[in-house]
Design a protein around this ligand. Structure first.
Ligand code: HAM
Length: 413
C-alpha cells in the first residue's frame, strides 16, 4: 500500500465542524468593519520578495528566517506573503488610490505564510483578519482602528482582553534613541544573553523581549523611547489616548512594546487575552512605508488579528446543522428533477445519494432534521410526501405539488 500522506508541518485543514465558527467570526468582522466604511480587498498569495525585504525590513525575524521564498521560471525571487500590510500599500500605490477620498479604508481576511516552529496558535499557514486606513495622519484614525478591533474581539468573546499601547515616534527619534540603547547595551554586555549580544547592532529593541533573567535585569533600567518622543509625536500619542478614554477602551501603556515589523512609526498596539499566551492581534502606524515602497509620503495605520488564535480563545460555538427543507428519498431521474427544481425554487434540498432503502433514507432525513421528505419511486411512478412533524404521509401528483407544499412548510429565514 502507498504511504498515507498527511498535511505539511504547521498547516491544518478547516473541517466542516470548524467552518461555522470561522464564518461567524468573518460575519462579525465584516459587519463591524463595513459598517465603519472599510471595504474588502484581496491581494495575491505571493509577491516579489523585495516587497517584504523593503517593506517589512531586512533585520526582522520574518524576513531573515520565516519567508517561503522561491524563484519563478525567469529567476525572479518570489515570496508567499508573510503579512498583508506591505502588499496593501503596494496595491494602494499601484492603483492610484491616493486619488480617492482619503483615507482609503480597507479590510481583509486572507491566509499568510511564515516558516515558524509550529505550536498551539502558531502555524506556517494561518489566517488573519485585518484592516488598514491609508492617507490620514490624525489621531482619530488610530483610535478608530483600535476601537474596531476591540469591538470585534469583544463581540466574539475572547476572554478578558488586555490592550497594550505604545508609541515609537518618528524614524529620526528612533534612530537617536537606538544609538543610546546600543551604547547602554554595550556597557552591560557581560550580563546579557549571547543571543541579545549577537543582535545588538541589528535589532537592539528586541532585547526588551528577551526571557533570560540577566538580560531582563539590565533592561529594567534601560532608557525608554517613550520618554524621548519629539513634542508632536508625544502630542499625537496623548490625542490617541484621549480618544480611547472617551470611547471607554481600557489600555495599559507599555513603553517596551516591540512588534516584529520594521515599518512602524508612532502608535503601536497589541491585544492579549488571559485565554491565550500569544497575542490575538496587533498593529500600528506606518507613515514611512509608502515611501519605502517607492511612492509619495503617505500616512497609514492598521492591524491584523489571527483567525485561529481568536477562535482558540473564543468559547466554542454550538454546532448548528444546516437547514433542510426537503429530503428527496430516491435516486432516479424524477427524484433528481425534483431536487433540482426545489433548489431553483429557493428550497434547501438534499437528495439521497448513498443507495439507502426507503427506511434508511427516512432515518437520514430525520438526522438532518428535514422538514419534509419526498419518497420518489420512479419505477412505480409515485411520489409520497411525508410531513416529519406529524408523520402524515400523502400521495402527491407531481414534483410541482411537492415543491408547493415544501415551500409552505419551510423554515423561516
Ligand atoms: P503580526 O503581529 O505579525 O502583524 O500578526 C498579526 C497577528 O497574526 C498576530 O497577532 C497573530 O494573532 C497572527 N499570527 C501571526 N503569525 C502567526 C502564526 N504563525 N500562526 C498563527 N497566527 C499568527 C502583522 O502581520 C501586521 N501586518 C499587522 C498590521 C497591519 N500592522 C499594520 N497593519
Amino acid at each position: 500500500m502507498a504511504t498515507k500522506l498527511q498535511a505539511s508541518k504547521g498547516t491544518h485543514d478547516v473541517l466542516p465542524d470548524q467552518a461555522p465558527e470561522r464564518l461567524a467570526l468573518e460575519r462579525i468582522a465584516r459587519r463591524i468593519l463595513e459598517g465603519a466604511g472599510y471595504e474588502r480587498i484581496e491581494t495575491p498569495a505571493f509577491e516579489v520578495t523585495e516587497l517584504f525585504s523593503r517593506g517589512v525590513g531586512g533585520s526582522t525575524d520574518i524576513v531573515q528566517k520565516e519567508m517561503f521564498t522561491f524563484e519563478d521560471e525567469g529567476g525572479r525571487s518570489l515570496t508567499l506573503r508573510p503579512e498583508g500590510t506591505a502588499p496593501i500599500v503596494r496595491s494602494y500605490l499601484e492603483h492610484g488610490m491616493h486619488k480617492l477620498p482619503q483615507p482609503v479604508k480597507l479590510w481583509y481576511w486572507e491566509s499568510f505564510f511564515r516558516a515558524e516552529k509550529p505550536q498551539a496558535g502558531r502555524y506556517r499557514q494561518f489566517w488573519q483578519v485585518g484592516a488598514e486606513a491609508i492617507g490620514a495622519a490624525g489621531p482619530a484614525v488610530d483610535a478608530e482602528l483600535i476601537t474596531l478591533l476591540h469591538a470585534i474581539l469583544s463581540e466574539v468573546g475572547t476572554g478578558s482582553l488586555k490592550l497594550r499601547l505604545g508609541s515609537l515616534g518618528t524614524p529620526e527619534t528612533r534612530a537617536a534613541y537606538r544609538e543610546r540603547l546600543v551604547a547602554y547595551l554595550r556597557t552591560h554586555e557581560d550580563r546579557l544573553s549571547a543571543e541579545v549580544v549577537g543582535r545588538i547592532d541589528l535589532n537592539p529593541l528586541r532585547a526588551f523581549d528577551a526571557d533570560d533573567p540577566g538580560t531582563r535585569e539590565v533592561m529594567a533600567n534601560a532608557p525608554l523611547l517613550l520618554d524621548e518622543l519629539a513634542p508632536d509625536d508625544a502630542e499625537h500619542f496623548a490625542a490617541v489616548r484621549a480618544r480611547l478614554d472617551a470611547a471607554g477602551i481600557d489600555y495599559v501603556i507599555d513603553p517596551t512594546l516591540v512588534r516584529g515589523l520594521d515599518y512602524y512609526t508612532r502608535t503601536l498596539f497589541e491585544f492579549e487575552t488571559d485565554a491565550l499566551s500569544s497575542a490575538l492581534g496587533g498593529g500600528g502606524r506606518y507613515d514611512g512605508l509608502a515611501e519605502q515602497l517607492g511612492g509619495p509620503a503617505t500616512p497609514g495605520i492598521g492591524w491584523a488579528a489571527g483567525v485561529e488564535r481568536i477562535l482558540l480563545a473564543a468559547e466554542p460555538a454550538p454546532h448548528r446543522v444546516a437547514v433542510c427543507d426537503l429530503y428527496v428519498a430516491g435516486e432516479g431521474v424524477t427524484a433528481f428533477a425534483l431536487a433540482s427544481e426545489g433548489r431553483r425554487a429557493g428550497l434547501s434540498v438534499q437528495q439521497e445519494l448513498a443507495g439507502r432503502s426507503t427506511k434508511g433514507a427516512l432515518k437520514q432525513a430525520a438526522r438532518l432534521k428535514a422538514t419534509a421528505v419526498a419518497v420518489v419511486d420512479d419505477a412505480a411512478g409515485t411520489i409520497h410526501l411525508k410531513d416529519t412533524e406529524t408523520g402524515e404521509q400523502t400521495v402527491v401528483p407531481d414534483t410541482t405539488a411537492v415543491i408547493a407544499r415544501a415551500l409552505k412548510g419551510r423554515h423561516p429565514g
